[in-house]
Design a protein. Structure first.
Length: 144
């Protein structure tokens, strides 16, 4: 298995980059049609929060398109997806489950989040994330 060298410390296997490209493509396709059709061909006036939400997901779809071409550079997009779905499971689903107030919409999105968290756990290059984002987070570089 060949690896793509990103710097002297970190490399990501070629097969993982193919899986990342696949996840970016899946994200792009699932978000693009729904959100851009609502922006380009609105059927009714959206309220502000709905408009912001649709616009965010439309932009997110395009960032996923970039991720198909540059999977390593777009790892933060996968991290956003992983973290927001994990946060939703903890902050929205868990309390609803504990209060016995899970409705059909919550249950439906639960399975989307479970799938998303699972896929991201498997596909995100965690060694790269550690080396590039976590390891030196609190180290300050001296100005040259």
């Amino acid at each position: 298995m060949t690896e793509l060298s990103l710097n002297s410390q970190t490399s990501v296997s070629r097969i993982r980059t193919y899986f990342m490209r696949g996840l970016f493509a899946l994200n792009f396709l699932s978000l693009f049609t729904d959100n851009w059709s609502q922006i380009l061909f609105p059927t009714e006036q959206m309220d502000t929060l709905t408009g912001v939400t649709i616009s965010f997901w439309a932009a997110f779809s395009l960032l996923n398109l970039i991720g198909i071409r540059f999977p390593i550079k777009m790892v933060p997009i996968l991290l956003i997806q992983f973290l927001y779905k994990l946060a939703w499971l903890i902050g929205i689903y868990r309390p609803a489950y504990l209060n016995d107030s899970v409705d059909e919409n919550i249950q439906s999105f639960f399975w989307i989040c479970i799938a998303g968290v699972g896929l991201n756990l498997l596909i995100i290059p965690w060694k790269y994330v550690y080396q590039e984002y976590i390891k030196n987070f609190f180290k300050l570089k001296k100005a040259a």
